[in-house]
Ligand binder design. Sequence first.
Ligand code: FAD
Ligand code: PYC
Length: 405
Amino acid sequence: ALTSYKNVEPQWPDAELKSEYDVIIVGAGGHGLGAAYYLAKEHGITNVAVIDKGWLGGGNTGRNTTIIRSNYLYDESARLYDHAVDLWDGLSQDLNYNVMFSQRGVMMLAHNVHDVQSFKRHIHANRLNGVDNVWLTPEQAKEKCPPLNISPNARYPVMGAAFQQRGGTARHDAVAWGYARAAAARGVDIIQNCPVLSIERGPDGAVSGLQTARGFVKAKKIAVSAAGGTSVVMDTAGVRLPLESYPLQALVSEPVKPIFPQVVMSNTVHAYISQSDKGELVIGSGTDQYVSYSQRGGLPLIEHTLAAICEVFPIFRRMRMLRKWGGVVDVTPDRSPILGKTPVKGLYLNCGWGTGGFKATPGSAHVFAHTIAQDEPHPINAPFTLERFETGRLIDEAAAAAVAH
Ligand code: FAD
Ligand code: PYC
């Protein structure tokens, strides 16, 4: 069946690893590929390699439920995530690649008094930061999303919802492919199936290069964007990180005709759901409760999630699930990312996105490229330092993370 594809041009060349680069990015997820693209496009730095141990986009970028929103509590986070929403808006045009960004709106359900108070606090803070987020009554929520059960007798009664209209979804693979194609067109080498084994440092302590499965490569600057694998890679440079890696799972149903117009999240019952353009219900759960580097999780979590979905959306009780999978998410103590310089000269870090970094992809990649090129943070990522875990200047977004972990 694939013979008809034999004359199709690859979208980026399968590059040979050179002996030396100005910048090497470890991790060909959306964040790493995006940073390479912006390095080339906005800073004129094109002697760049993006190296991945597996296939491009095969990490969390290709495994997530693609929810995009910027309704975070603190000013620092609102600036970072809203910068991303602004870039999502023009991304398909910028990359000349349809990333299928769909601003269908994200609804977060409140099931108890605590949820109501917490969401209203977020809505007020968001409004002060120019981030759209409004309160919906149960009836208004149902009007937007007809499958929602708002009966007062429901097991998980809906007491209202926070709603961000500018939020939505994008096609995760297309984001990786679009950045990869656009970066490669500007001269970036994309190297797949090449595990990075260690970061090497010279006598002055600065980075000198990487040991990879294909040998040593010299680099003036190294940027690590390896999500769940970050702490292992950084350890080889002598940098210990406040990260824990957990499995996070998702699953899809059989495809059906359009039935679900928004993205709906419920942190309290540990479930979130949207409908893909193919018609599948895309459903996700909370993290497994143990640390692991395996890209699969335990069945009890999925059962719990589906039980919750059946209570909140009884219409879906007889849907059949097609497949499930997991990713490895890198979680910081304050549920905010680490995005900036490190104590090692020439070594830059973009990690700690945990359960919620897909939405940030263009914004994070954009300011990370600035940080690498200028050797100083962009004002937007300046607060997201590694040092904050020593100084105590934390950015606690556990509530806005909205995924149980
Ligand atoms: P990745 O895409 O994971 O890329 C990192 C890359 O580094 C990988 O390709 C990996 O192979 C590579 N790597 C690791 N170690 C090495 C090494 N030693 N050598 C070479 N390469 C290496 N976020 C949202 O905003 N919305 C959501 O709805 C959402 N849902 C999620 C659902 C699930 C099930 C999961 C798992 C995550 C979800 N997330 C969500 C989180 C989101 O997917 C991630 O935060 C984001 O994709 C991280 O992107 P990245 O480019 O940093 O990492
Ligand atoms: O961060 O919005 C999010 C999210 C939804 C599902 C997983 N993460």
